[in-house]
Design a binder for this molecule. Structure first.
Ligand code: FAD
Length: 302
């Protein structure tokens, strides 16, 4: 038994362990129940927050707002609304921020967003829009006291020339008032720790929460990784090799891979985890369970 399984099995989840879950707004009415089933299933883990993404180019503005408003109205969860600068004037973005404030939302994940012309093309800010994420962070905080999270890239953003240039951007976002960074997904924990060392060496002290992506579908993950500049280690490809037509084994392997990753992070002192759920609860539920978390209701009843 390794030290982690000892720690988890003897005393339940470490008391400092905190999880958060990311969802995307349902694409249509058929997908709504899938989203809300996933939220309901994971809610009893009492996440620190649940975040709702903002579609590329602001394409899901209404659906993101609607999902976040429903979370405030119908649940006791603490929602974090993603917001990007793409294709909108400051006035429009400020309207969204004010609407969130009025709806009771107190946490925004501030992002530049991908260019409307597609990932990999040059980013051109809206002529009357926020030019950078740091600008957006300042704009959000000018409209009220919000908790503002931002992105971080352990393998650098594909548009950053170097990792140090990438950390310059993170530093600007922190100087503007961001209080937490959530990382792009990664599979090699050494990349995260090397990045964290560099971030800390620059005097950036905010939490940098690892974003964990359970591999629901290896091919999809690989193509997403290629676009976002995240690397897929050879050992990961090997683990899913030959399982294209075997969904049940794929799920078991995916849970094992993600559990190994979070146990190793936990072992090295990480206590906060942000899960990219892809609106599916099953794998994330299993990983939270393995971490020693138990649904609040069950714990209260015990
Ligand atoms: P930033 O961190 O602000 O910048 C990223 C990079 O862009 C910089 O490192 C730099 O290379 C370049 N850059 C930025 N400003 C300048 C400048 N002034 N001059 C030169 N280069 C510059 N996308 C969505 O559309 N909706 C979402 O809900 C969403 N959620 C996300 C959540 C997380 C946790 C992460 C990690 C990413 C998310 N994304 C989302 C993706 C994100 O929008 C893209 O990666 C986008 O390309 C960069 O946005 P950012 O806020 O991360 O950019």
């Amino acid at each position: 038994m390794n030290s982690i399984s000892k720690r988890v099995s003897r005393s339940g989840a470490p008391s400092s362990l905190r999880v958060s879950f990311e969802f995307f707004p349902a694409k249509n009415t058929d997908a709504e129940p899938v989203l809300w089933d996933a939220i309901e299933r994971l809610a009893p883990f009492n996440p620190d927050f649940v975040s709702v993404t903002y579609g590329a180019g602001g394409s899901t503005r209404e659906r993101t707002e609607g999902t976040v408003a429903r979370l405030v109205r119908e649940t006791s969860l603490r929602p974090a609304a993603h917001l990007t600068c793409v294709g909108a004037s400051r006035a429009d973005v400020d309207d969204v921020i004010r609407a969130y404030r009025a709806a009771g939302v107190r946490h925004i994940v501030a992002l530049r967003g991908d260019p409307a012309t597609g990932v990999g093309t040059d980013y051109v800010p809206h002529p009357e829009g926020y030019r950078t994420t740091a600008d957006l962070v300042r704009g959000i905080l000018a409209l009220g006291p919000f908790d503002v999270s931002v992105s971080a890239y352990p393998e650098k953003h594909p548009q950053s020339a170097t990792i140090e240039a990438d950390i310059d951007v993170l530093e600007a976002k922190v100087d503007a008032g961001a209080t937490r960074a959530i990382t792009q997904f990664f599979f090699d924990n050494d990349l995260y720790f090397r990045y964290l060392d560099r971030v800390r060496a620059r005097g950036i002290t905010i939490p940098v929460i690892p974003g964990i992506l359970p591999v629901q579908n290896f091919q999809q993950t690989a193509s997403f990784a290629a676009k976002t500049g995240a690397s897929i280690p050879a050992w990961l490809a090997k683990r899913f090799d030959g399982l294209d037509d075997d969904a049940a084994t794929r799920r078991l392997v995916a849970a094992t891979v993600a559990a190994e990753q979070v146990f190793d992070l936990l072992d090295q002192g990480v206590s906060d985890f942000h899960f990219y759920t892809m609106n599916r609860a099953e794998l994330v539920y299993a990983i939270c369970h393995l971490l020693g978390l138990r649904p609040e209701r069950a714990r209260q009843a015990a």
